[in-house]
Design a protein around this ligand. Structure first.
Ligand SMILES: Cc1ncc(COP(=O)(O)O)c(C=O)c1O
Length: 394
């Protein structure tokens, strides 16, 4: 696809067509808008696509992570290891249940856990780790599972960015105990806001279903077993309302129809970016890598400035913004955010790779439907910005 470049290039945007509109219309016309047939279909299709026994819709990936920590019964005596470079809720979920977050540094090549750092962070109190598949690249699960299995440590996969990503040919989300996905508009598929909790363990799935639904032992709605008219459920657990609506699930079902096409287009654009950056010898930038055996979703295409620090990175981003090209830093070094600094007295330098990643990464626009001309424009602008900022720094 070539064509005239779009005037303002957003970092990404959702892909909707008549299918979402038709499903939402059908949902509204049915007058059943809380969990119902579309939720059941979305869950079944998501589970099938990711080769999982159970998938449960929820209001966000943050809610999914919270449910995961509750279902695993993590609490104040427990430590949960989280990569220091990720979105804040990968860590917050442990704090929600009173557990202590322990950070481990990342590998700058992949932006995921450095297995050696993870091993070093383990203590007798470690009960779980959050394996983040950042930007859609699977975490080093072989190493992680080898470390955790022998110590009986639970693995929560934060697959917020990793719908459709694979590790050694297997979809992520069922490699650990519980997987958590996001359908925020910046993700591979979207329902506005929304998430999915996945597991192959029937008991965990039951517990999550109950916690998601006020602690009720029977879900309400058309999929419940027929009960007596006066039946109100048992409510033996302190639960929450973290249910996705059927209106959102109607959008999710339509998005599942196009998932493989969306992934193909993202991968194609990512490959082309890498080719362009290499062919034009833009060596100050390091393109993202996918180790052998990892099927990257390229939810985000994140480059790292190899030469120069945060100041130059910001100059480059400013130059692109002046040309109508939106970019964002990769994500946070969570150990530097106020809540964690204040609570745990952590220094920025304690996790140097996470600090470097926060200061030197740039997420470039990538979305299905992006044209060659759009991409050429981003790369031309980047080249110009690198040149300009390089001179300013000299
Ligand atoms: C790695 C990671 N985890 C969790 C989340 C939270 O997802 P949600 O916005 O659906 O709560 C995000 C969102 O950007 C994320 O990138």
């Amino acid at each position: 696809m070539s064509g005239t470049p779009s005037k303002n290039l957003a970092i990404t945007f959702p892909q909707f067509d008549e299918r979402e509109l038709e499903n939402v219309k059908a949902c509204l016309e049915s007058k059943w808008v809380t969990q119902g047939p579309f939720s059941a279909e979305f869950e079944r299709r998501f589970a099938d696509r990711h080769e999982l026994n159970s998938a449960l819709t929820t209001t966000s990936c943050t809610a999914a992570l919270h449910l995961a920590c509750l279902a695993l019964e993590l609490g104040p005596d427990d430590e949960v290891i989280v990569p220091a470079f990720t979105w804040i809720t990968s860590a917050n979920c442990a704090e929600y249940v009173g557990a202590k977050v322990v950070f481990a540094d990342i590998d700058l090549e992949t932006f995921n856990f450095d297995p050696e750092a993870l091993k070093a962070a383990i203590t007798p109190r470690t009960r779980a780790i959050v394996a983040v598949h950042l930007f859609g690249l699977a975490a080093p699960m072989d190493e992680i599972l080898a470390i955790t299995a022998e110590r009986g440590i639970h693995v929560i996969e934060d697959a917020a960015c990793a719908v459709g990503s694979t590790y050694r040919g297997k979809p992520v989300g069922g490699l650990g105990d519980i997987g958590c996905f996001s359908f925020h508009p910046r993700k591979v598929i979207t329902t506005g806001e929304g998430g999915m909790v996945t597991t192959n363990d029937a008991e965990l799935a039951n517990r999550i279903g109950c916690l998601r639904n006020h602690g009720a032992s029977q879900p309400p709605g058309p999929q419940s077993a027929p009960g007596r008219p006066y039946s109100m459920g048992a409510f033996e657990t302190l639960g929450f309302n973290l249910r996705m609506s059927d209106i959102q699930a109607a959008v999710g079902v339509a998005q599942m129809d196009k998932l493989d096409g969306l992934l193909d287009q993202r991968r194609l654009r990512a490959e082309r970016y890498t080719q362009l950056l290499t062919a034009r010898e833009m060596n100050d930038l390091k393109p993202p890598t996918a180790p052998d055996g990892c099927g990257h979703s390229y939810q985000s295409y994140v480059v790292r400035l190899r030469v120069g620090g945060q100041l130059r990175r910001n100059q480059v981003m400013d130059c692109l913004a002046d040309e109508g090209i939106q970019t964002r830093p990769g994500t946070h070094a969570v150990h530097r955010l106020g809540y964690y600094v204040n609570k745990y007295d952590i220094r920025a330098e304690d996790f140097p790779n996470a600090k470097t990643a926060e200061e030197t990464t740039i997420t470039l626009p990538i979305f299905p439907g992006m044209t060659d001309a759009d991409q050429d424009r981003v790369v031309d602008s980047l080249r110009h910005a690198l040149h300009k900022s390089g001179q300013a720094a000299a």
